[in-house]
Design a protein around this ligand. Sequence first.
Ligand SMILES: Cc1cc2nc3c(=O)[nH]c(=O)nc-3n(C[C@H](O)[C@H](O)[C@H](O)COP(=O)(O)OP(=O)(O)OC[C@H]3O[C@@H](n4cnc5c(N)ncnc54)[C@H](O)[C@@H]3O)c2cc1C
Length: 389
Amino acid sequence: MAPRLIIAGGGLSGVLAAVALAAARPGLELTLLEAGPSLGGNHTWSFYGSDVAGAAARLVDPFVAHRWDGYDVRFAGLDRTFSTPYRSLTSTRLDRLARDALGARVRLEAPVAALDADGATLADGTRLDADAVIDARGATALAGVTLRWQKFLGREVRLARPHGLSRPTIMDARVPQIDGYRFVYLLPFSADTLLIEDTYYSEGRQIDAAALRARIDDYAAARGWRILETIREEKGALPLLLAQDFEAMWVDAAPAGGAVPIGLRAGLFHPVTGYSLPVAARTAAALAALDGPLTSQRLRREMARIARQHAAQSGFGRLLNRLLFLAGQPDNRHTVLARFHTLQQPLIERFYAGALTRRDRARILLGKPPVPILAALRALPERRLQPAG
Ligand SMILES: Cc1cc2nc3c(=O)[nH]c(=O)nc-3n(C[C@H](O)[C@H](O)[C@H](O)COP(=O)(O)OP(=O)(O)OC[C@H]3O[C@@H](n4cnc5c(N)ncnc54)[C@H](O)[C@@H]3O)c2cc1C
């Protein structure tokens, strides 16, 4: 009998895993269960070209809807262009291409009520048995973590005249600093269309949508852009990790006898940006490269390895978050980010790719960190922050 795999959740990590595994194992009887009416929800997912390589890059590449050969950052007193490639996926394209590739293996509007290592029970009571079950149902309350938030509302707008931008602006922090570190993120999709996101590195995850929409209007007006229409809107609050007890998180996320978590469910996101596309692509490529029988047990071992390695690599990012959120004043956070963007481009690329060297870490911390040294020392120990139990 052909091995049977169920993936619950047709968002970013579920779709990438499904496409990679279906391509690697043509005999696999795969079912991708998604609660919503399409795959991927309503997102634009971006990443730096230097974040993914090899099989992960080849997996993601067909889904890329927009490509640029660099990006800008703008702070008071710092205007810098980087030549690192920048890429964006859209959920519309992900949905179309993944459905073409997977065909009848995708089941939309099929909410899962319960999952275990041997199958899924749908909300309508149908039981589906499988040899391997992956849980890609997205964000959940993770155990053993201390979080802050990168929250935003973005509007894709059509302007009355061309905006004149040829590449993204990843951070324009020359805006009033409200609710923590605030910046505007710009993705130029065509000469007169643009995604404008109003973004905050904040203590809380609540979003006052009306206020952020109005601030986008103000920002556009200040740039001399007249908005003709809002084509679509997206918003989110992405987790930023300050402290983590990996074992507590993993025992809760991947209990024995349960389905195998991937994506946000497995704590796989960049600690300082909350972004998860690069690690989702690397995970999908790693699962597809496994040989031997595909069982929940085999997948659980591999995911434990990936998640543990990711947590270890994220340690320095968690430290930076503690310095950012606990040592400095919220309205002064922008100076930390401004200083970071004066560092060398290859170091910044390694930072986003989760591949910093010891020397990189020293370079980021030494010099003149713009946070008070005593508060910084108090913010250093991670253990003090980890939730008990
Ligand atoms: C608006 C927004 C923009 C983002 N932009 C970026 C970015 O630019 N770059 C980046 O790297 N990261 C970005 N992120 C962060 C992160 O990459 C995304 O949150 C990513 O989608 C997480 O992937 P995931 O597969 O874990 O979860 P999701 O993509 O959220 O997928 C979960 C899927 O499971 C489905 N589901 C949930 N419950 C059930 C159920 N019971 N039964 C069946 N299906 C179910 C959901 O409908 C959803 O489709 C963004 C997040 C948001 C919200």
